[in-house]
Design a protein around this ligand. Structure first.
Ligand code: F0G
Length: 450
């Protein structure tokens, strides 16, 4: 067991292929198995040997204790849980922005309208760059710098690029981002620019950016920081560890996660399975994944062939963060669904927009991609998959201010100009700004009408 702020020690982590099980000494540039081309994951073989440093009660006490510490590593809601992470050799080598430490909010109004008694949101949008990516980026950027990379790179729908650019800057590395032209919100694009990334808008979609990047990393010494990088997922695991700590180590019945490239659902599932293995929790929550109808390759794969094969598709949704047709981590996500007994669901554009406004009306707010969780919950309750007396946690992945254009268009009634059938239901949630004369009477009249 480590004292707060003392030297960090190299963990027993190793890289293993999820397909053929080969154990690798180091990852190649594309983070894929040289034998079968499948993805890699970080595993901890030492855990199985009854390591006394991993006794659940000691881990829990130590993690709580670190909350009071002002040491650099302990200020991070990721590195606070370092016993369950691959760890570099000293705290000074961490690239951190005090990420993690995100709140859990109750959503009373959303609970009422959905019909469940206990509904919570773990808000990963409350991270330093406004999305869950930061928890993974601190680990991946730390290892990129440790391995001597001067450049890091990603393809992105916006949040990864914002986060990577920030952590690269903090770690003294340069960054290059490939984003689909015209499909990334201004909030996210502006972050990448401000944090100093070389920002390339490619005339393609996210999947096209990913294809180009995979070639680029083979030709240049740049470290790939997309979620195929298994160190990213290790950091993202801590959202679930911290959530369970916030729930006093009693797992909720359900955790609902948005699905895009499927790294985050994989990470949260991996954390829950590891916590169960280590005796930190006694039962697994069911982890369900929600996609937009227009970007639903996992939903199709599960329904058509039980998740044995995924057919890439051309993706389209206004929730641009999850506009992904060929998700890299789909096999890892299928494994999580199977291990936890979760399910998949898809939601329409109107359902996403309504759910987002409802989360906003609870005083919490999130970006469109995060709102698929509430929209999906409604369907899963109606189907009886989630019972009214079961506890549910939505993982909100991005901050409300990431995509203000979407929000303003929604409230002004400009988001769905052609959806006449849904006009009444949309109107119920819309709160358009009112233009008035600058007089007391005009304001009082507006208040009466409200
Ligand atoms: N929610 C938000 C706000 C996202 O930005 C993303 C992914 C997801 C959900 C889906 O998570 O890919 O792990 O399944 N954004 C990536 C990006 C792809 O480039 O920012 P996932």
């Amino acid at each position: 067991m480590q004292d707060a702020g003392t030297k960090l020690e190299q963990g027993s982590a190793q890289l293993r292929c999820i397909g053929c099980g080969s154990v690798l000494q180091s990852a190649g540039r594309n983070f894929r198995c040289p034998d079968c081309d499948d993805l890699l994951e970080v595993t901890y073989p030492g855990w199985k040997c009854g390591d006394t440093a991993l006794r659940p009660q000691d881990l829990k006490a130590s993690w709580t204790e670190r909350r009071k510490s002002s040491a650099y590593a302990d200020q991070s809601g990721v590195w606070r849980f370092r016993e369950l992470l691959p760890v570099p050799s000293g705290p000074a080598s961490l690239v951190s922005l005090s990420e993690g430490n995100t709140p859990v909010y109750e959503l009373p109004n959303c609970a009422r309208s959905t019909g469940v008694e206990a509904l919570f949101a773990k808000h990963q949008g409350m991270n330093p760059t406004g999305s869950f990516k930061d928890t993974g980026m601190t680990v991946a950027a730390t290892f990129a710098r440790l391995e001597g990379f001067r450049w890091v790179a990603c393809a992105s729908t916006g949040n990864t690029s914002a986060s990577m650019a920030a952590y690269a800057a903090r770690g003294g590395m340069r960054s290059v981002v490939l984003i689909p032209e015209g499909q990334v919100s201004w909030g996210k694009l502006s972050q990448a620019l401000d944090y100093g990334a070389v920002t390339c808008q490619l005339k393609t979609d996210f999947d096209g950016c990913m294809r180009v990047l995979n070639e680029v990393v083979q030709r240049m010494p740049v470290c790939l920081l997309n979620s195929v990088n298994p160190y990213r997922l290790e950091g993202q695991k801590t959202a679930a560890i911290e959530l369970l700590e916030q729930f006093n180590w009693e797992a909720p019945d359900h955790i609902i996660v948005p699905g895009g490239n499927l790294g985050n659902s994989s990470a949260i599932g991996k954390a829950c399975m590891e916590m169960k293995e280590l005796g930190l929790i006694s039962r697994l929550p069911k982890i369900s994944i929600i996609q937009a109808e227009g970007a639903n390759p996992l939903v199709r794969a599960m329904r058509e062939n039980g998740g044995k094969k995924l057919s890439p598709m051309r993706a389209d949704t206004m929730a641009t963060a999850i506009r992904i047709g060929n998700p890299a981590s789909w096999k890892k996500a299928v494994r999580v669904l199977e291990a936890t007994g979760g399910t998949v669901e898809q939601v329409s554009e109107v359902e996403i927009a309504l759910a987002k406004a409802e989360i906003g009306a609870d005083g919490v707010g999130c970006e469109p991609a995060s709102a698929v969780t509430l929209a999906g919950l409604k369907k899963l309750v109606k189907q009886g998959f989630i019972k009214r007396n079961e506890s549910v946690v939505l993982i909100l992945t991005g901050h409300m201010l990431k995509d203000p254009d979407f929000t303003i268009k929604f409230h002004r009634g400009d988001l769905f100009p052609d959806k006449k059938d849904d006009a009444a239901i949309l109107k119920e949630q819309q709160r358009a700004p009112i233009v008035l004369d600058a007089s007391v009477e005009a304001v009082l009249k507006a208040l009466e009408q409200a």
